[in-house]
Every structure is written in structure tokens, then in C-alpha cells.
Design a binder for this molecule. Structure first.
Ligand code: GLU
Length: 258
């Protein structure tokens, strides 16, 4: 299976913005094991701005563009240093790929990107992808990594996209506000009602939220790719997801009608 796994800032970092070492270590161990089992893995990792902010001693998410871009530049180094070191323990090689919207939308650049990913996977490398936050300006901005993960999955013709988040999946209502909210295990079609109920990000440093996840799901489903939203607090959950067990919310790929 070719799998794109996206981890959000809330999974990778503590509320302080500093790395959640135990979580990141577990994630790298599980992804290494999944690769050892013969799957191809691409990791879309957020956390650059959050980690950079932590390293620069900023107490909250920066708001102005220059500080955001500076924090992302600092944090991206920290992120790759951490991944390189941890994956190396399990004999896996990582590659950094930083993208803007135009790299994905321009047909020629998209084709180059597809070839680069394909060659990296031939070499059994684990690509670690993020938006190129320190140079992306508004017109080329994707803005959040849920959509980036779905777009990457369409470029590499993935079999599955997994968004690991701080929430168990899609609920019938906001579970933080409504104790009766129920987890929806399977979605065949994203309804206007789901979109209406989906909210923005609750986490201090992240940029996503349920509405960006639904957009990502739509992109993946339209491309014939299943997508799962699951809680990343225990990255071992990825084993169950790959085995097709009922975990989180699975958005089923649209099947071409005969
Ligand atoms: N690219 C951003 C970062 O690494 C994160 C975007 C997101 O939270 O989805 O900081």
C-alpha cells in the first residue's frame, strides 16, 4: 500500500510549542515498522511554525507574516533534524520536500514532482513534506496541511491518506461542546450539513480544523482514494487503520459508476 500520513502540530508538539518527544518517537517507530512491512509511506508533517515559535521563545502563534515565516524557517530545521535522527535509528532515510500551491497546480512542475516522489520511493526513502512556509505568499498559499496531504496523495496515486489529529474523527456535533456527539465511522458522501457543523482549529499552533479535513476528504474521494481521520495521540493506531479496522472516520473513495 502507498500511504500518505499527515500529522498535525497538536500531535507533534506540546501546548508550549516544544516537541512532544515521546509522541514523535512513537510515530517514527511505527512508520518505520510499516515501511519494514513493505508499505510505502509519505509523511506530511506540520509543526514547523509551532516548533520554531517554541525555539524562539514566542508564547503564542505568531500573527504577522514575517514572524510566521521566520518561525517556520527555524522550526523546519528542527523538524527535519528530529525526523532524520529518529528514522535513522531504524535504518530509514528521509527527504525533505517543501511545496507551494503553484508547484502542485502547474502541470509541468506537478509532473516533475511526481517523478521526484516516484524516484524517492524507488530508493525506499521516506519523503517528509510540508508547505514551504518561509517563502509561500498569499497567492501561492495552501495554508494548511490537511489539503496538502490530500493533494500529495493525488500526485503519487496513493491508496490511502490518514490525517492524524487531536480528535477521534468526524462527529455528529462538536464533541468539545456536545456530550451527545457521536463518532461517524464511515462517510460515503460529504453532505452540506456536515460542512455546516465543521469548525476551525481549536489548537493553539495548528491551522486546520474539521472544515479543512472535509475539503481534504473531498479531494481524496474524488481522486478514488480513501481517507481516514483518527486520533494521533497513540500513533500505533496506524496499524489498525492499515488493516482496515474500524478506527476514526473513514471516507470512502468515490467509485466510478459503470
Ligand atoms: N505548514 C505549517 C507548519 O508546518 C502547518 C500547517 C497546518 O497546521 O496545517 O507549521
Amino acid at each position: 500500500m502507498r500511504i500518505v500520513v499527515k500529522v498535525g502540530t497538536s500531535t507533534l508538539a506540546h501546548a508550549t510549542g516544544n516537541t512532544n518527544i515521546r509522541r514523535v518517537e512513537t510515530l517514527c517507530r511505527v512508520l518505520s515498522d510499516i515501511k519494514n512491512a513493505g508499505h510505502e509511506v509519505l509523511l506530511v508533517s506540520s509543526g514547523a511554525t509551532g516548533m520554531g515559535s517554541g525555539k524562539l521563545g514566542l508564547l503564542k502563534k505568531p500573527e504577522d507574516i514575517a514572524t510566521k515565516q521566520a518561525a517556520a524557517a527555524v522550526g523546519q530545521c528542527e523538524l527535519m533534524y528530529t525526523y532524520d535522527k529518529l528514522f535513522q535509528q531504524y535504518n530509514h532515510c528521509v527527504a525533505q520536500v517543501l511545496l507551494t500551491r503553484s508547484d502542485i497546480e502547474d502541470p509541468a512542475r506537478r509532473e516533475h514532482l511526481r517523478n521526484t516522489f516516484s524516484r524517492l520511493l524507488d530508493f525506499h526513502v521516506l519523503p517528509v513534506i510540508n508547505e514551504n512556509d518561509s517563502v509561500a505568499t498569499e497567492e501561492f498559499f495552501i495554508g494548511e496541511n490537511d489539503s496538502l496531504a490530500a493533494l500529495v496523495s493525488t500526485i503519487v496515486d496513493a491508496d490511502l491518506v490518514v490525517l492524524l489529529s487531536d480528535i477521534d474523527g468526524l462527529f455528529t456535533a462538536n464533541p468539545h461542546q456536545n456530550p451527545d456527539a457521536e463518532l461517524i465511522e464511515e462517510v460515503r458522501e460529504i453532505t452540506p450539513e456536515m460542512r455546516l457543523k465543521a469548525g476551525g482549529s481549536d489548537s493553539g499552533f495548528g491551522s486546520g480544523g474539521m472544515s479543512t479535513k472535509l475539503n481534504a476528504a473531498q479531494t481524496a474521494m474524488d481522486a478514488g482514494i480513501d481517507m481516514v481521520i483518527a486520533n494521533g495521540s497513540h500513533p500505533e493506531i496506524l496499524y489498525d487503520i492499515i488493516e482496515g479496522k474500524k478506527v476514526g472516520t473513514r471516507f470512502l473513495a468515490r467509485k466510478e459508476s459503470a
